[in-house]
Design a protein around this ligand. Structure first.
Ligand code: NAG
Ligand code: NAG
Length: 384
C-alpha cells in the first residue's frame, strides 16, 4: 500500500483496497490494523463471533427489518438521522437484546400452580458513551395445544406479573422478599401468540451499572382457583406428572435504543449517481463495491451483503481545474509543486463528501443490532 493513499480512505475502504487491488500490497499486519480500525468505528472492540450456527440464531425481528428497509429508502431526506421515528426517541443504535434467563416452573413456594421465568438481559453490550433512550420489553406468549380438541376451548385467562429482582437470593431464603412488583396484568392464553410490551427504560439504565442487574422474574398464574386449572402449570420435565396443558412458550427480548452522540449529525444527501470507470489519472471518485463475503464478514453482517463504497484516487496537477474542487491552499500548493516538484508534494485527492449506510448485524451475544454509520460511501472527491 502506498503510504500516500492511507489517509484518504475510510478504514473499510482501505481494507477492501488491500484485498482487491493487485498493484497494492498490504501486509497481514496492515490488514489487521485496518480491520480493527473499522470495527472500532462501528463501536466494536473486535470482530463479532456469534455463537449460534445460522439455523439456531435468532431471526431478525420483523420490526427491525422494516426499519432497516425504510432507512435504506429515506437516505435522501435531510432529516435528523439520530431520531428513531418508530419509537419516537433519539438514538442511532437499535438492539434486540436476547433474554438469557432460565425457565423454572412451579418452584416458587408461594405459588405451586405458577409458571415462573427468569429474565436476564446483558446490558454490557452497550458502550459507555451510549445514552440509553428506550428499553422496551417485548414478551410473546405462544401456546400450542397437544390435542385438537383443546383448540376449541375458551382462551384461558391468566395473571401475568413482572417483578424486578433487587438482590441475590441465597438458597433456602424466601425469594419473594428480594423482588418488587413492576406490573401485573391479565392475559389470555390462546393458540395465537399474544404480545405484550412493557417500558423498562429507567430500570435498564440502572442495570448498566456494575453489580446492579439481577434480572426480572415473570410469573404466570391461572386466574381461576378450580383444582383442575391449578394443574395448568404443573412442573413439566422434572416431575413424573405430565402437565395437563402444555406450557406456553415465552419469548422475551429487550428492544434497546441508544444514542452514540459522536456518531450523530444531520444526514447528507446521498447522490444516486453511479460513478463511471474512466481510465484517467486525474483525482476523482472511483467505484469500489465492497462485498462483505470477500472480507469474511458474512457470518456477522446480516444486511446489506455489500455496498458501493468507492474511493478517491488520482493526481491533483497544476493548474488545478475547478472540477477538482480544490481549496485556495491546494491551488497554491500545485503552483509551488510545479516550480519545485521535489520540495513540495502535490495536494492529495481526498473524499470531500461522504454518505451513510445502515447495517444489521449480530453482536457477540447474538443480539440483532441495527446501526447507521456515517462516512461509509465516497460521493465526491477533491484536491486538498
Ligand atoms: C455479559 O456480556 C459480557 C460481554 O459480552 C460478558 O463478558 C459477561 O460475562 C456477560 N455477563 C453475563 C452475566 O452473562
Ligand atoms: C467536485 O464537486 C462536484 C459537485 O460539487 C462534483 O460533480 C465533482 O465530481 C467533484 N469533483 C471530483 C473530482 O470528484
Amino acid at each position: 500500500m502506498r503510504p500516500d493513499m492511507t489517509p484518504h480512505m475510510t478504514p473499510l475502504v482501505f481494507l477492501a483496497v488491500c484485498l482487491f487491488m493487485r498493484e497494492t500490497a498490504c501486509t497481514p499486519e496492515e490488514k489487521k490494523t485496518q480491520e480493527r480500525l473499522f470495527l472500532s468505528s462501528l463501536g466494536l472492540t473486535g470482530r463479532p463471533r456469534p455463537a449460534g450456527s445460522h439455523q439456531l440464531r435468532h431471526h431478525v425481528p420483523s420490526a427491525l427489518w422494516r426499519m432497516f428497509q425504510s432507512s435504506e429508502k429515506i437516505q435522501i431526506q435531510e432529516s435528523d438521522d439520530c431520531m428513531v421515528t418508530e419509537y419516537g426517541v433519539r438514538g442511532n443504535i437499535i438492539r434486540y437484546v436476547q433474554d438469557q434467563g432460565s425457565l423454572e416452573s412451579g418452584r416458587s413456594s408461594s405459588c405451586q400452580a405458577c409458571l415462573e421465568k427468569e429474565l436476564f438481559f446483558n446490558m454490557s453490550v452497550l458502550q459507555d458513551v451510549e445514552l440509553l433512550t428506550l428499553a422496551q420489553l417485548e414478551l410473546k406468549l405462544h401456546w400450542k395445544p397437544f390435542r385438537p380438541v383443546d383448540l376449541l376451548q375458551q382462551p384461558k385467562p391468566l395473571r401475568l406479573s413482572l417483578y424486578k429482582v433487587i438482590r441475590l437470593t441465597l438458597t433456602g431464603a424466601n425469594p419473594q422478599v428480594n423482588r418488587r412488583l413492576l406490573v401485573s396484568q391479565s392475559v389470555q392464553l390462546q393458540p395465537e401468540s399474544t404480545s405484550i410490551t412493557i417500558d423498562l427504560t429507567l430500570l435498564a439504565e440502572n442495570w448498566r451499572k456494575p453489580g446492579r442487574n439481577y434480572g426480572l422474574v415473570l410469573e404466570l398464574l391461572p386466574h381461576s382457583s378450580e383444582p383442575g386449572e391449578l394443574l395448568l402449570f404443573h412442573p413439566g420435565n422434572s416431575l413424573p406428572f405430565a402437565p395437563a396443558v402444555p406450557l406456553p412458550l415465552i419469548q422475551a427480548s429487550l428492544v434497546v435504543v441508544s444514542l452514540n452522540p459522536h456518531q450523530c449529525r444531520s444526514r447528507q444527501k446521498r447522490s444516486a449517481v453511479r460513478l463511471p470507470m474512466i481510465r484517467s489519472n486525474v483525482c476523482k471518485a472511483r467505484s469500489l463495491y465492497i462485498d462483505f463475503r470477500d472480507v469474511g464478514w458474512q457470518d456477522w453482517i446480516i444486511a446489506p451483503q455489500g455496498y458501493m463504497a468507492n474511493y478517491c484516487h488520482g493526481e491533483c496537477p497544476f493548474p488545478l481545474s475547478e472540477s477538482l474542487n480544490g481549496t485556495n491552499h491546494a491551488i497554491l500548493q500545485t503552483l509551488v509543486h510545479s516550480l519545485d516538484p521535489h520540495g513540495t508534494p502535490q495536494p492529495c485527492c481526498v473524499p470531500i463528501s461522504l454518505s451513510p449506510i445502515s447495517m444489521l448485524y449480530y453482536d457477540n451475544n447474538d443480539n440483532v443490532v441495527l446501526r447507521h454509520y456515517h462516512d461509509m460511501v465516497v460521493d465526491e472527491c477533491g484536491c486538498r
